[in-house]
Design a binder for this molecule. Sequence first.
Ligand code: HSE
Length: 443
Amino acid sequence: MNTSQTTVGLLGCGNVGAGVARMLIEDRDFINQKLGWPLSLAKIAVRDASSRRPWTPPRELLTTDPYEIVGNPDIEVVAELMGGIEPARTLVMKAIASGQHVVTANKALLALHGREIFEAAAAHKVEVMFEAAVAGGIPIIRTLKEGLSANRIHYFFGILNGTTNYILSRMTREGLDFATALAAAQKAGYAEADPTFDVEGFDAAHKLIILTALAYGVLPSLDDIHVEGISRLTPEDFHFARELGFVIKLLAMSSRDQEGRLEVRLHPAMLPQDSLLAGIGGAMNAVHISGHAVGDILLNGPGAGMMPTASSVLADMVELARAARANCSARVPALGWCRLSDERPKPMSEVSTAYYLRFTVLDRPGVLARIAGIFAEKGISIAQVIQKSAAPGEEAVPLVMLTHTAAERDMNAALKEADDLDSVIESTMLIRVEERCAARGAA
Ligand code: HSE
């Protein structure tokens, strides 16, 4: 170990990598003042040294060989900022095996291969830190891992994807349809050319897996989580949500039910308009956490972007530099728990929530009664019904119902029967309602 400085190498120099390189160079004196010694950027591995970058690092730092960083005994901290599974996974595992500490912003890598990576890090007595992997610039990892470590977490609800939050905000505010709001998100630079990963919920699901591990000591597999995106939502649903006093958000949720069973799910949800998360607009992220001792807290901020994400990467580097100097690896276990449990979240069919349902029905006598009859048979209680008159010349009308809490299994069975009725002419829209998000602590 070089005692006059801590040396770092970056794998990747896209948006996040360029932000980190910029901070390491431009904020060198400030970091030195905070840390007591310099964080020195030794090398940056890139695929193509001549590519244009959001910030241009000194040419002499660039290399196209990642093994000038990984396994290099002169580099103590490797920051993996390339994304994707391979070659990131191989490089991270080799860095760990070489005794290098790792910082990563790669949520997919940790969500899908976290166990093997954290086990290898513990075996080699190095640290893997990942503040930037969830919610960009918001220090949610440290909050769950350390700030709230004495709390049993009742639940957390997160808005963990900025692209979808931007799309939903535009649909809420301006009544846009999904395709138009998505095009606006692409134009604003939020959504990728292929937006599937964001809009179908996988990006947020990876982040949900990581937060669940920190909150509950359970690293669920993606297959054990219900994941549903936002692409099927329509302007009509936003219209009815407003009328019913709700906003629609893509919500990542983990909680323990009354029997103590873990629920982990990611889907669009209707939240009361006065809930802590309802006002989080644009591309912002937020997490509402409820702990047995602390009560309810809200963290809110930029969930992506070059400098907010670099802010989190630098925080990890500073912490790693201190840990390495103090020779106290694993001061806090990577996920904040000494042992992870093998518990699996309960199946979605056993989850109970309230529901918003929008049927598209023929405007004829007896249709409402028949649908209500099916729900009564399944023991599902209806809380509210809205039926508008058909527009002139139209036979189909929306029929909107809010239910009281019901089991997902019963709801699926009821909807299947209702959708088979001749008078129900489109498959019914279902959006779960999350009343637990209601504002807390107001006087
Ligand atoms: N694409 C993500 C978002 C940021 O829109 O929030 C990276 O996870």
